[in-house]
Ligand binder design. Structure first.
Ligand code: BG6
Length: 300
């Protein structure tokens, strides 16, 4: 584990195991790289801003405490603020490296929220030789007030080309189509492909829901012959967003290249539809893991 100067001299932590590596900026506690055997799993925009009060474009932005537009800035403030580091751990037996960040309520967050709030958030990133664990913990430290929030790991995956990928594990799910006036639809496709702007929030993607077993959530790249399996704590973060800005939206985004939509897909795990209500002194905990698989060891 080391800390180095990243883009614009922003501090960046580098985690390494024998086979994997991961880079995380203090700004937004933002994971910008996750490699296994030198293969990058995350997409980063070449036009990303690395500056105060702006989110990094690509990697794993943390969306908290609000998803999308609303009372405060779009997708909340967690991705725009500098976090602090609590501790780092090396587990020799598991061959893993962990770093824990925290973000505490402050004058700055009170100003954004327009009310005084009391919370502390811990974000633990654990790099294993062949996968990445992301743990998020919110403590409502207020003695009187309930707090409410949404959360998402807004992960940008690096792909060979959008035409070569599909997402498994969404068939039969209800989703909100943000491209069609928030219309509620049912997903009928086993393989969800993208050939236009897509912005869909799949609801309650719980594998064992209703007694039947579902295919786990997986991103497949048929050209690279790779897949990434996404696991998550279904009780606490059951919603899944699939997003690709496609041609027109890419042109409108100043921190995103016009052609970069070919090279990325966002699959975001979170709690979006039913915000969490956390009573005074209560703690919310969740976990999401990203497990890349090489085609040689899977059944693609
Ligand atoms: C997705 C939203 O999660 O994030 C989209 O569903 C949004 O509606 C996209 O366009 C990117 O948001 P931002 O704020 O990072 O440009």
């Amino acid at each position: 584990l080391s800390v180095v100067a990243g883009v614009n001299n922003l501090p960046k932590f580098v985690l390494k195991t024998s086979t994997s590596s991961c880079e995380i900026y203090l700004h937004g506690a933002h994971v910008t790289s996750f490699k296994i055997n030198s293969n990058e799993n995350l997409f980063m925009s070449e036009k990303s801003a690395f500056q105060e009060n702006k989110a990094i474009r690509g990697g794993i932005p943390l969306i908290w405490p609000q998803f999308g537009p609303g009372k405060i800035q779009t997708h909340g403030f967690a991705r725009n603020l500098d976090w602090d580091v609590n501790k780092a751990l090396v587990d020799e037996k598991a061959q893993s490296v962990q770093i824990e960040f925290f973000l505490k309520s402050s004058e700055a967050t009170d100003k954004i929220l327009g009310v005084s709030s009391e919370f502390i958030v811990f974000y633990r990133v654990t790099l294993h030789p062949d996968f990445l664990d992301l743990e998020y913990e919110v403590k409502n430290t207020s003695q009187q007030n309930t707090m409410e929030f949404q959360l998402a790991f807004h992960t940008y995956y690096s792909i060979s080309d959008i035409k070569n990928v599909h997402v498994l594990g969404l068939k039969g799910r209800e989703y909100i189509d943000k491209m069609k006036n928030m219309e509620k639809k049912k997903e009928n496709r086993k393989e969800v492909t993208i050939d236009q702007e897509v912005d869909s929030v799949y609801l309650n993607v719980i594998p064992t829901q209703g007694g039947s077993s579902y295919q786990p959530l997986q991103l497949v790249d048929t050209q690279k012959k790779t897949s990434v399996t996404l696991t998550y704590d279904y009780q606490s973060i059951p919603d899944v967003v699939v997003w690709n800005p496609w041609i027109e939206k890419s042109k409108k985004m100043e921190d995103f290249g016009d052609e970069e939509y070919h090279k990325m897909i966002c699959i975001e795990i979170g709690v979006i539809n039913n915000p969490v209500k956390l009573s005074p002194n209560q703690t919310f905990q969740t976990k999401h893991s990203i497990l890349p698989t090489n085609s040689s060891s899977s059944s693609l």
